[in-house]
Design a protein around this ligand. Structure first.
Ligand code: 13P
Length: 243
């Protein structure tokens, strides 16, 4: 299956940075992988209007379509301005906003209801890995965060070990392989044949210099990239490794 390289800009980026998105979009003319950028909310519409070859996504949404929820944005509203995929359950939101598996599932359902692709983020903390609980944590998160219907169009799973995010630390190849193979097994046994084509992304300190090796691991169908997605030249190196 074709790989997906998605950039998560987190809370970085102003209108000047739309030029980076344009450079990435131009590079992505005629490549054989999918590319997406999830900028902060205020850039989604302009990014969508100024791109042809890549998808634009969002980093979060509310569980409802609309209502008296000051300061919130719904999946429907994000789609209205061009978002095609929406991250849910990023570990920074689990930590900073106390998002639980239950809330994350409701958000993933909201994304599906609206008709976009939910990128459901899962991953263990360093403490959990040291206690040899990684696969158990991944299973709990998948059991409790994934909606009833999961198929390649409505869902992507992103495996992001919390300790690898923004730290420069990358798991051993075998650790990535074993987590991704476990996730694939869970998806296949829970959602059936279609789940074989659900993309599983790796995220956590991916950069141009390690992307090729990470993409060669079985069941790694792409990457969710933070820091190295903010500069077009860095991000394009990762896209090259995937295409
Ligand atoms: P870094 O690539 O900066 O480690 O961030 C990964 C991430 O959190 C993507 O969602």
């Amino acid at each position: 299956m074709s790989k997906l390289v998605a950039g998560n800009w987190k809370m970085f980026g102003d209108q000047n940075m739309l030029s980076e998105i344009k450079v990435i979009d131009q590079y992505c003319h005629k490549i054989d992988c999918e590319v997406a950028i999830c900028p902060p909310f205020q850039l989604i519409l302009s990014a969508h209007q100024q791109t042809k070859n890549i998808k634009i996504g969002a980093q979060n949404c509310h569980i409802n379509a609309n209502g008296p929820h000051t300061g919130e944005v719904s999946a429907e509203m994000l789609i209205d301005v061009g978002a095609e995929l929406i991250l849910v359950g990023h570990s920074e939101r689990r930590q900073d906003n106390n998002e639980t598996n239950k809330i994350i599932k409701q958000k993933a359902e909201a994304v599906q209801r609206a008709g976009a692709t939910a990128v459901v983020c899962i991953g263990e903390t360093l403490e959990e890995r040291k206690a040899d609980r990684t696969l158990q944590v991944l299973q709990e998160q998948m059991l409790n965060c994934l909606p009833k219907n999961v198929n390649p169009k409505n869902t992507v799973v992103a495996y992001e070990p919390v300790w690898a995010i923004g730290t420069g630390l990358v798991p051993e190849i075998d650790q990535i392989r074993s987590a991704h193979s476990f996730i694939r097994g869970f998806l296949a046994s829970t959602f059936g044949a279609e789940a074989h084509n659900v993309k599983i992304l790796y995220g956590g300190s991916v950069k141009g210099s390690n992307a090729r090796e990470i993409f060669s691991i079985s069941n790694v169908n792409g990457a969710l990239v933070g820091g190295a997605s903010l500069k077009s030249s860095d991000f394009i190196e990762i896209i090259k490794a995937a295409s």
